[in-house]
Design a protein. Sequence first.
Length: 470
Amino acid sequence: MAKERFQSRRSFLGKTVGAACAAGLIVTHDDYEAIAQNVKTASQPSDLKITDLRVCRVNRHWVVRLDTNQGLHGYGEVRDGASPTYALMLKSRIKGLNPCHVDKVFRRIKQFGGHARQAGGVVSIEMACWDLAGKAWGVPCWQMLGGQFRDKIRLYADTPFTKDPLEQARRLKGRVEQGFSFLKMDIPIGLLEKIDGTLTWPKGQGANPFQQYGDQNWEWTYRPHPFTGIRVTDKGLAIYEDYCMKIREAVGWEIPIATDHYGHFGIEDGIKLARRLDKFNFAWYEDMVPWMYVDQYVQLKNSCTTPILTGEDIFLLDGFKELIDRKAVSIIHPDLATSGGLLETKKIGDYAMQNGVAMALHMAGGPVTMFASVHCAAATDNFLVMEHHGVDDAAYETVADGPTKPFMSKDGFVAVPNTPGLGLELNEDAIKKDMKDPAKEYFAPTPEWDNERSHDRLWSMKGVPGEKPA
């Protein structure tokens, strides 16, 4: 049905006219036009135009909807934790553009993106354009990216931390029972809290090693690792080591276990910790250093034998190049909702592959980001595994229809959709059920953003549009 529904106009008309000619009938120009007027197509892609941009809070994530002059709509999603304003401010810059020209649209707006959550608006629009292009042409996004390397995507999920190693092992084994064949856990500095003799740090200026996330003191919370003065003692390292040994022995050695969220200490202590934990054959050390300190990543990678990974906060291929070129990481870890969307993330993966670097995908978004990432992973050769941050959210799958449910199979994979675009539609009833005022909350009009502009040129020109020359 989908294939017939999206059959091309040219093919249909060609077959119709050809049949008429074969029957000995004379087909005039007027006949041809009459036939054309009766052909029902999903879209005329060359004439498709963006007419509106609206947003809606779906569960915990902001979804962008692009509407068009042909009744088609496409979905994108703002990076988790980011403001929808990042997307809304771009509405006036994309209205009237053809979303099928995805790269052209992206190049017009990518200057408004940035690292981490600042990329959220730009990328949400890129996702929605791919969804629209796929729906207009009747093909899944992975096909437009070059085709499939795989038809299912391996998933992993983080596991809530506890200081009790046997309980932590039980939680990890619970992930295996859910179907996961790849695990991840945190090994935070909180493991050492209230244990004397495990840490050294400068006191008296609000510094608290155990409040690195969610601290009300902005200066301390966001101070990068090299500037905290936190040091881990040999006693502290021994506690880390004992904790990981008990977990590894309880869970087993065959299944990969990735690690993350160590603490805000400097590179020297990161190297000390990495060397102590190498023996546990972990899948990777994640974000042990802020991603921009490439020299420190080179130090870390050359000092231990566990794969080194970073990248969830990096925008565009340019941000990954130095890490890859200098062999500072073993695995890159873009979050598609930050890295630049489907095409840019595939470019990042391809560049990494040329240099012998694998790609895992960070994914902390809702179903729209999840399936945008699935399409990208399917089309990228060096893909390893993708995160699923919503696995413990009972409402996660209720808000979207289209993909097979449950999204994750019993063996820890998600099937790649073969339907047009991203392959999903929002479940309006499920979303509105939790809204106080659906009329104002469900993709409400956004006319206040229709004319939001500035002089966006990045190079010199004479005068400003609308102003008379001096």
